[in-house]
Design a binder for this molecule. Structure first.
Ligand code: CA2
Length: 147
């Protein structure tokens, strides 16, 4: 069975508790449950984790090699700053979908830059928590087409 790793970056543990007008009222635990249900329906295994620490995210990406067939990454604010995450994704040579709850292009200028997009298969943003099942479906289609 193919497996996907869904990684979440800094502050996403706060989802559903603050700023619901920007990020919605769904918690990260709700999102994980939705992801597990969608993945099961597609016969996919998933790993799901969140960290507020850049190095921990880099370690997870390294450890994904040989275990997971693809990555779905909401790197939070590290999206806009982290060459380390970009290099980690490039180094494992796994397909990666960059994901955001909000439409980062309709927000502040600094959110228009993404280091992750440079090494990603594609980017999904602006669909709130629904972006997670969209990303799972997109990765599933990609992995079927390339296997
Ligand atoms: O829209 C997204 O998914 C973001 O990755 C969220 C990041 C932001 O820095 C990116 O530009 C876009 C911020 C996550 C903060 O999450 C919070 C959730 C609830 C309350 C406060 C912060």
């Amino acid at each position: 069975m193919t497996a996907l790793l869904i990684l979440n970056g800094p502050n996403l543990n706060l989802l559903g508790t603050r700023q619901p007008e920007v990020y919605g009222s769904t918690t990260l635990a709700d999102i994980e449950a939705t992801c597990r249900a969608h993945a099961k329906a597609l016969n996919l295994d998933i790993g799901f984790m969140q960290s507020n620490h850049e190095g921990a995210l880099v370690d997870e990406i390294h450890a994904a090699k040989g275990v997971f067939g693809g990555l779905i990454l909401n790197a939070g604010a590290y999206t806009h700053t982290s060459i380390a995450l970009m290099d980690a994704i490039a180094s494992v040579e796994l397909p990666c979908i960059e994901l955001h709850l909000s439409n980062v292009h309709a927000r502040e200028e600094f959110r228009h830059t993404s280091y992750i997009a440079k090494v990603a298969l594609g980017v999904i943003c602006g669909f709130g928590a629904n972006g997670y099942p969209l990303a799972i479906a997109a990765m599933h289609t990609h992995l079927q087409a390339t296997s």
